[in-house]
Design a protein around this ligand. Structure first.
Ligand code: ADP
Length: 164
């Protein structure tokens, strides 16, 4: 398809939350193809391995015909260039997210001026969902079933049991 629009949705997804899935669901309706790019950053310690995050994301997106999942361990703009994508999608929850996201988009623009970042605000019910907070609740045995998909809740239970 010549005029097909593609968007990259990069992030750590450590683990995927209902907030991520909400954004993805909305993006899949707006663009012809959405590619989730699971960022592997050696300097950032993740709870779930890249393989675990990839498996979870693949399972969670299996019903979407136009969503792909990839793991990438270099700059996102390099992946955009390599794969021919022109748009990077980022979610913003609160004003606090915005300053960080704005800086990141400026950095990316400086690196590759042809690639555009688009911000999409969270839907109100996902306002407070943050992977780091959810992991903390799970570590203390709290119920995260309203915040993450069931397979992620199960993965968190297993992971946290091992960490104790
Ligand atoms: P990163 O470490 O790159 O910020 P995250 O996994 O935290 O990766 O987030 C990936 C993307 O999903 C980011 O654009 C982030 O703003 C967005 N996001 C995370 N949680 C939510 C949410 N509750 N609502 C909307 N967007 C969200």
């Amino acid at each position: 398809m010549d005029n097909m629009t593609r968007v990259l949705f990069p992030g750590s997804f450590d683990p995927p939350t209902n907030g991520h899935m909400n954004l993805l669901h909305r993006a899949a309706k707006l663009w012809d193809e959405v590619e989730v790019v699971i960022a592997v950053n050696k300097g950032k310690k993740c709870t779930f391995s890249a393989g675990e995050r990839l498996r979870m994301m693949k399972t969670l997106t299996s019903d979407y015909e136009n969503v792909k999942v990839t793991v990438w361990d270099r700059l996102i703009v390099d992946y955009a260039e390599k794969s021919g994508a022109r748009i990077i999608l980022r979610g913003v929850r609160a004003l606090a997210d915005f300053s960080y996201e704005f800086e990141l988009s400026m950095t990316n623009k400086g690196l590759k001026p042809n690639i555009e970042t688009i911000f999409m605000p969270t839907d109100p019910q996902y306002f407070v969902l943050r992977s780091s907070g959810i992991k903390e609740i799970a570590l203390f045995g709290g119920d995260v079933s309203a915040m993450v998909p069931p397979i992620v809740a199960e993965a968190l239970r297993k992971k946290m049991r091992r960490q104790k």
